[in-house]
Design a protein around this ligand. Structure first.
Ligand code: TRP
Length: 450
C-alpha cells in the first residue's frame, strides 16, 4: 500500500482531475434526471432538501471517498482491502468496493439506454424534425421513440460501444482532451437556453416552482429520492470517484478540489432546471411528466428559436458527451479491478463489462415497450434498477465510506490527506462524517423503506 503511484495512470494536473471528476459528476443526472425528479416531487421543497443533502452529506463523503482512493492507489476493491489491512480493520470493508462495482455495472446498463435517447435526438435535431413543432408532436416523437425497441437498442449499442472504447484506451488517451473542450461549451449552451427561458412567458412560474418551498408536497419518498440523487449526481458511493482519486496527483488539496466539483455539478443541475421549467409552464405542460421531461420540452424551445437546428443539435451532442464522460466512470472501478485481479488487458476487461452491461440494458429498453407491464415491487425493470442503485446502494456505500474514514482510519493519515487547512473546518468535517452524515443517511433509509 501507500505507494504514490497507480498502475492505471495519472491525471496530469489538478485541473485534469477536476475536469475528469466534473466530467463524471455532470451527466444525465444533472440535465435529464434532476429536472424530472424535481417535477415529480413538487419543486422547491425537494430542491432545498437536495441542496442540503449535497452540503451536509455529499461534499463531506466525497472528500472522504477521494481521499481513500488516493491513499490506496488501486481499484476501489483492492484499495479498501489494503486500507482495512493497514488499519488492522476487518477485510470485510472491501464490501464498499464490491457493492460499488456491482452498482456501477447496474447503473451503466440503464444509463446507456437513456444516453441513447440523447444520441437519437441529436440526429433528429440535425434533421430539422423539431422546427416549429407543436407541443403534441413533440410528445408523440418521444413516445414513438420509446415504443420502438429496435431504435432504442441501436442507440443503446452505439453508446455502449463508445463508452467501452474509451475505457479500454485508458483515461488519458482521448477523454481528457475531449472534455477539456466540451464542458465549457456545455456551460455556454446552458446559458443560451437559460436566456431563452428568461424571455419566455413561463419564467416566473418556472422559477417559483423551483424555489418556493411548499413543504406539504414533500413526502418521505421525496426525501429519499433527494438524498439518493445527491449521491447519484456527485458520482458518490460506488467507488467511481475513489477510482479517480487513485489517479490524483499527490500535492493537491482534496477538499478544495471537491468543493469546486460539487459547485459546478450543482450549477449545471440548477441551470438545466431553470431552462426547462419555464418552457414547461409557458406551454401548459405537466412538470411531473417523468423521464421524458427534457426530451419533450427543450425541442419545443429549439424549434422556435432562430438557429434552433444548430443550437439544438449542439445541445444534444453535449448531453451525449456529458453522459459519456460519466459512463466511463461507472465502468472504471470494476474494469480496474479486473485488470489488477486477473492481470487482464484493459481491452478485454472493458469488453467483458460492456457486453454484460449491454445485455442487462435490454431490460431497460423493454421497460418502455414490450415489458412495460412487467413489475418488480410495483416498478418496471428500469425503475427498479434505478431505485435499487440510486436510492439504496449508493447511500449505503456512502454510509460505509463515512464510517470507515471517520472511525476506522488512522486520524493522522486522514488529516494529512484531505488538505483542509483550518483546524476548525477539519473538526467540522470529521464531526459531519462521524455523526451527521451517517445518522442522516440511516434515518432517511429507514423511513424511506418502511
Ligand atoms: N453522476 C453522473 C450523472 O449525474 C452519473 C454517474 C457517473 C454516477 N458515475 C457515477 C452515479 C458513480 C453514481 C456513482 O449523470
Amino acid at each position: 500500500m501507500s505507494s504514490n503511484t497507480s498502475m492505471h495512470g495519472h491525471w496530469k494536473s489538478r485541473w485534469l482531475f477536476i475536469l475528469a471528476a466534473t466530467g463524471s459528476a455532470v451527466g444525465l443526472g444533472n440535465i435529464w434526471k434532476f429536472p424530472y425528479i424535481t417535477g415529480e416531487n413538487g419543486g422547491g421543497a425537494f430542491v432545498l432538501v437536495y441542496l442540503l443533502c449535497i452540503s451536509i452529506i455529499g461534499i463531506p463523503v466525497m472528500i472522504a471517498e477521494v481521499s481513500l482512493g488516493r491513499m490506496g492507489r488501486q481499484s476501489p476493491i483492492n484499495t479498501m482491502k489494503a486500507l482495512a489491512k493497514a488499519s488492522n480493520a476487518s477485510p470485510n470493508w472491501a464490501i464498499i468496493g464490491w457493492m460499488g462495482a456491482l452498482a456501477g455495472f447496474l447503473i451503466l446498463s440503464f444509463y446507456s439506454v437513456i444516453a441513447g435517447w440523447a444520441l437519437s435526438y441529436t440526429v433528429d435535431m440535425a434533421n430539422g424534425d423539431f422546427v416549429k413543432i407543436s407541443v403534441e408532436d413533440s410528445g408523440s416523437i418521444f413516445t414513438s421513440l420509446l415504443a420502438n425497441p429496435i431504435q432504442l437498442t441501436i442507440w443503446h449499442t452505439v453508446f455502449m460501444v463508445l463508452t467501452i472504447a474509451i475505457v479500454a484506451r485508458g483515461v488519458n488517451a482521448g477523454l481528457e482532451k475531449a472534455i477539456k473542450f466540451l464542458m465549457p461549451v456545455l456551460f455556454i449552451l446552458l446559458f443560451i437556453l437559460f436566456g431563452y427561458a428568461l424571455s419566455s412567458d413561463g419564467f416566473t412560474q418556472g422559477f417559483n416552482f423551483m424555489f418556493s418551498f411548499d413543504f406539504n408536497k414533500l413526502t418521505t419518498e421525496s426525501i429519499m429520492v433527494a438524498m439518493g440523487h445527491a449521491f447519484f449526481t456527485l458520482s458518490l458511493g460506488l467507488g467511481a470517484i475513489m477510482a479517480y482519486g487513485a489517479y490524483m496527483p499527490e500535492n493537491t488539496s482534496i477538499a478544495k478540489t471537491v468543493v469546486i466539483v460539487a459547485f459546478l455539478d450543482t450549477a449545471v443541475a440548477i441551470m438545466a432546471g431553470l431552462a426547462i421549467f419555464p418552457i414547461v409552464f409557458a406551454n401548459g405542460l405537466e412538470p411531473s411528466a417523468g423521464p421524458g421531461l427534457l426530451f419533450q420540452t427543450l425541442p419545443i424551445a429549439f424549434g422556435q428559436m432562430s438557429g434552433g437546428i444548430i443550437f439544438g443539435t449542439m445541445f444534444f451532442v453535449l448531453v451525449s458527451f456529458a453522459a459519456l464522460s460519466s459512463a466511463i466512470s461507472l465502468a472504471e472501478p470494476i474494469v480496474a479491478w479486473m485488470v489488477e485481479r486477473f492481470n487482464m488487458s484493459r481491452n478485454k476487461a472493458a469488453a467483458i463489462i460492456g457486453i454484460s452491461a449491454w445485455t442487462l440494458g435490454m431490460a431497460t429498453v423493454f421497460s418502455f415497450n414490450i415489458w412495460s407491464d412487467v413489475k418488480l415491487f410495483d416498478k418496471t425493470p428500469f425503475d427498479f434498477l434505478d431505485f435499487l442503485t440510486t436510492n439504496i446502494i449508493l447511500p449505503l456505500g456512502g454510509l460505509c465510506i463515512a464510517l470507515f474514514t471517520g472511525w476506522t482510519m488512522s486520524q493522522t493519515k486522514i488529516k494529512n490527506e484531505v488538505g483542509i487547512d483550518y483546524p476548525l473546518l477539519y473538526k467540522l468535517w470529521l464531526f459531519t462524517l462521524r455523526f451527521l452524515a451517517p445518522i442522516a443517511i440511516v434515518a432517511v433509509l429507514i423511513k424511506g423503506l418502511i
